[in-house]
Design a protein around this ligand. Structure first.
Ligand code: HEC
Length: 163
């Protein structure tokens, strides 16, 4: 931008006025700046771990067995937190079907998606692809990490009850 103004200064005072005037309210990026932003965004998504972006960055090391009481709590939360308005287990609704999600993604990633969807769809490459496919951003339903753990247990149980 500075270079443009300098150039304007060199040419004519008129050029300076039009250039300076134009640059004030101007938010458009030059192609070079745009490229830089794209490169930085790409770099940022490369740095995202396989767990995604969010508070869950340590491996959960889940036991093989299902905690039935926790799964029950998760099922209730799945309703209470209105996940059901966008998700079904077996069919696509606003969002993807969730019956098989525990076999498709790491459990830590699923928890981060549940507690931190806004950042996930901006930075995590898998979540970004999902947003492209579904065209609707998943909303933050104010789920705590503990509640997300219960919902995860419900999803783990659901995956084993496959039709
Ligand atoms: C407003 C609709 C909406 C609500 C409410 C919602 N989601 Fe989503 N969810 C989506 C969409 C759409 C996607 C796909 C990514 C995107 O487009 O943002 C998604 C993606 C996901 C994924 C990743 C799916 C995959 O295939 O990897 C999980 C897991 C998930 N949601 C769980 C939940 C849970 C649990 C809740 C409730 C706490 C919830 N969602 C609430 C719309 C919603």
């Amino acid at each position: 931008m500075r270079r443009v103004i300098l150039l304007g200064l060199l040419i004519t005072p008129l050029a300076l006025v039009s250039c300076g005037g134009g640059s004030k309210g101007e938010t458009k990026e030059t192609p070079a700046e745009k490229e830089k932003v794209v490169a930085e965004t790409e770099k940022a998504s490369e740095q995202v771990s396989e767990f995604g972006v969010g508070p869950v960055q340590e491996p959960l090391n889940l036991p093989e067995t299902i905690d039935e009481a926790l799964a029950k709590k998760g099922e209730e939360l799945f309703e209470k937190k209105q996940c059901t308005s966008c998700h079904k287990l077996d069919d696509r609704l606003v969002g993807p079907p969730l019956r098989d999600v525990v076999n498709q993604r790491p459990p830590e990633w699923i928890m981060n998606m549940i507690v931190n969807p806004e950042e996930m769809i901006l930075k995590d490459p898998v979540a970004k692809k999902l947003l492209e496919e579904y065209g609707v951003p998943m909303t933050n339903q104010n789920v705590s990490v503990e509640e997300a753990r219960a919902i995860l247990e419900f999803l783990r149980k659901a995956a084993r009850e496959k039709k």
